[in-house]
Design a binder for this molecule. Structure first.
Ligand code: SF4
Length: 167
């Protein structure tokens, strides 16, 4: 099974969200700020377009890859749930390495906050990622949807009403 960046991201946020997403249940545009990275990128960095390539490998799609410096640029509106964005970017680095790219790096960019965060892949990450893949595969193939997590972040989630508002 080929995983997408969203599988990795949601795995690090909520297993229920991962399961719902994988099984085709979606409620976009209710609560979640569906970040359009491309649009944000064009607005924040219009001069950079020529430098980057879009890369599709296995299940992932990297919108802004700089092949010269081997850097993936990921543009975000906010640093909320940053751990999940970092994990997603690490997965992209892992897939690039799997396809022979030598020591790529990632850069999380927050143009609105004027901040950046460099993301690298350590040996510990290289060991952990196959476990993420196995765990995700096992989770999404369960017949039952995992339980709600009752966390503050649920209020920002597109599944909020589905999860908490009784019919
Ligand atoms: S609302 Fe909360 S429990 Fe439901 S999918 Fe989203 S994060 Fe998970």
């Amino acid at each position: 099974m080929h995983l997408t960046g969203k599988h990795i991201n949601y795995y690090h946020i909520c297993h229920r969200k991962l399961w719902l997403f994988h099984n085709g249940i979606s409620f976009q545009h209710t609560h979640e700020n569906v970040a359009d990275g491309s649009l944000l990128h064009q607005t924040a960095y219009p001069q950079r377009a020529a430098r980057y390539r879009e890369v599709q490998l296995d299940g992932i799609k990297i919108d802004f890859y700089d092949p010269q410096d081997r850097v993936i640029h990921e543009i975000k509106r906010s640093d909320k749930l940053e751990h999940a964005s970092i994990a997603q970017l690490q997965y992209y680095l892992y897939v690039l390495e799997r396809h022979g790219v030598r020591e790529p790096t990632g850069l999380l960019e927050y143009p609105k906050l004027r901040q950046t965060q460099t993301v690298v892949l350590t040996d510990a990450d290289r060991q952990a990622i196959p476990d993420w893949e196995a765990s995700i595969e096992q989770l999404v193939n369960r017949p039952e949807c995992p339980p709600v997590i009752n966390k503050l972040l649920c209020k920002q989630c597109s599944y909020y009403e589905f999860c908490y508002v009784a019919e």
